[in-house]
Ligand binder design. Structure first.
Ligand code: BGC
Length: 265
């Protein structure tokens, strides 16, 4: 090899190394896309339906939402069996978030008014950890829905209108966990849930039910003095936005799943 050829080869090698280094630096600077981080399997356990989907690290769904009817009686064994069937058909995931329709402390169920009484004391987080071999976080379903709905400023209240009445309270985006407005007395010896839950809708009809929802909001507004009240859950779509106060928003039922990613923040 002549001196000139050797010099040219050395220059080419130096340039190639430089290019590799620069390329590596460029990759490091590039923002991580949602597809690179952990995927979250989000499960919503309801009195009427069991739903789930997988979110990428940016909180975007990577598959269609799956849903089946909640088995009756809805015991821990029957619900877990149904969940396992749905889980088997999900794409790969790294962790699990669950919204449960009752009070939950550290993954253990304390109350489940619209499921079988045998849920009381059931360690749902542990059962799903064993079933999936992934880390699991379980929270009240309205709390999870709220995490998917709120703006994160001031006091915000979330009501979920489904089989039961769910409620979640946030202060500057921080959750006050397990607020149970549904079972608080409302009118004439009836609770909020008695008057705006699914059974009330079926018994009273849409028109009276809407009136009850408006009356519940009118009662709650001067108690909590929230900036915004979010109305979610499967029956929120029956409300007429024009009938609601200016600080009320009807939200997507899917927030119950999309909020699942917030449990890992
Ligand atoms: C339960 C709440 C739950 C709501 C909606 C109520 O009966 O007490 O914890 O959030 O139903 O599922």
């Amino acid at each position: 090899m002549t001196k000139t050829v050797a010099r040219k080869a050395a220059r080419r090698a130096k340039k190639a190394v430089g290019t590799r280094v620069e390329r590596r630096a460029r990759v490091a600077r590039r923002p991580r896309s949602g597809s690179e981080g952990p995927r979250t399997l989000c499960i919503d356990i309801g009195g009427t339906g069991l739903k789930m989907l997988v979110l990428d690290a940016g909180g975007r769904p990577i598959n269609e939402r799956a849903r089946i009817a909640t088995p009756q009686p809805a015991t821990p064994a029957s619900v877990l069996r149904a969940l396992k069937t749905l889980i088997a058909a999900q794409p790969r995931f790294d962790r699990v978030s669950v919204g449960f329709p009752g009070v939950v402390h550290d993954g253990v169920v304390k109350t489940a008014p619209n499921l079988a009484p045998s849920w009381h004391g059931h360690d749902l987080a542990k059962a799903l950890r064993t079933a999936t071999r992934k880390p699991v976080r379980v929270c009240n379903d309205a709390d999870v829905q709220g995490l998917g709905d709120i703006a994160g400023k001031g006091v915000e209240l979330v009501l979920t209108l489904g089989t039961g009445l769910g409620s979640a309270l946030f202060v500057d985006g921080r959750l006050v966990p397990n607020l149970e407005l549904g079972h608080h007395p409302f009118r004439h010896g009836s609770t909020y849930e008695d008057l705006v839950g699914k059974a009330a809708l079926e018994k009273a009809g849409k028109k009276r039910w809407r009136r009850h929802v408006r009356a519940a909001i009118a009662q709650l507004d001067p108690i909590f003095n929230y900036r915004t009240i979010y109305l979610g859950g499967g029956n929120a779509r029956l409300l007429k936005p024009a009938d609601l106060p200016k600080n009320a928003r009807i939200t997507s039922n899917d927030a119950g799943l999309l909020g699942g990613i917030a449990l890992w923040r």
